[in-house]
Design a binder for this molecule. Structure first.
Ligand SMILES: Nc1ccn([C@@H]2O[C@H](COP(=O)(O)OP(=O)(O)OP(=O)(O)O)[C@@H](O)[C@H]2O)c(=O)n1
Ligand SMILES: C[C@](O)(CO)[C@H](O)COP(=O)(O)O
Length: 228
């Protein structure tokens, strides 16, 4: 069986989510914190041999106090993150103790991932070396000028919105991070693209939305309600 190591970045600042006591990955969603939804799902898979959460140093006392027991129960570890998402993933990669054949990276802020989506992206990565979930963009797209008017209509053919998991053969993601870890990007596929390695797009789903603002939390609550 092919083995996957999973990194769950959760060390962001939640700037767009806005004020409140808790960062978005720790707020409750249908009875458990946002991060735990996907962590449990990955940890329960027989093809996943290791799960590493990446948390911010500021959150460590809270995280340890609240979640040490559940981490032990489901068998996951944590490591401290960095300034950018790319720094955080690099720390997660460095912390793997038993790296599998493939490394999967999934935003802890995407609680709606399900087994069918994971199966699809894992099997496409296994067959090709690199695959990510993504959503084909359905709308009519406009680029704005500085004055708020339309500068142009952007052809939507072939435009996708990246999601996670993003899954790579270990040698591919290690090379990408070795070369580009100091040139941050908003996702991991960007670094692999810079290597010139093809990355396959696998259709994800609306329920795999990322919690970015408070409104996303309400949407996630509705999307996940009947399945938790
Ligand atoms: N230095 C960082 C920045 C982001 N992340 C994680 O990467 C995921 C996607 O990032 P994003 O949604 O941008 O989260 P934040 O950085 O927290 O959000 P914001 O940009 O609004 O501050 C999140 O699970 C976030 O915790 C991380 O581990 N380390
Ligand atoms: C990898 C990612 O989920 C792609 O959507 C990423 O975390 C997105 O961050 P963004 O800065 O909110 O686009």
């Amino acid at each position: 069986m092919i083995h996957f190591s999973v990194i769950l970045p959760a060390a962001g600042r939640s700037t767009r989510f806005g004020g409140g006591e808790l960062k978005k990955v720790f707020v409750p969603l249908l009875g458990q914190p946002v991060w735990l939804h996907s962590a449990k799902r990955f940890a329960a898979r027989p093809d996943v041999n290791e799960v590493v959460m990446v948390i911010s140093a500021d959150d460590e006392p809270y995280f340890r106090g609240q979640f040490a027991d559940v981490c032990q129960e489901i068998g996951i570890r944590y490591v401290l993150g960095g300034e950018t998402r790319t720094d955080s993933i690099a720390n997660g990669i460095d912390a793997l103790e038993n790296p599998g054949d493939f490394i999967a990276i999934h935003d802890a802020a995407r609680p709606g991932i399900d087994d069918a989506m994971i199966d699809e992206v894992f099997s496409t990565a296994a067959a090709t070396g690199a695959a990510i979930l993504a959503l084909s963009v359905p709308g009519t797209l406009k680029r704005s000028a500085a004055d708020g008017t339309i500068q142009e209509t952007v052809p939507r053919e072939g435009i996708w919105e990246a999601q996670t998991p993003q899954v790579f053969r270990r040698s591919v993601i290690l090379e990408a991070y070795e070369k580009f870890r100091h040139e941050p990007a908003t996702d991991d596929a960007s670094l692999v693209e810079r290597l010139g390695h093809p990355v396959h797009l696998v259709p994800g789903g609306l329920r795999n939305l990322k919690i970015t603002t408070k409104a996303d939390l309400e949407v996630a609550e509705r999307l996940l309600a009947d399945e938790v």
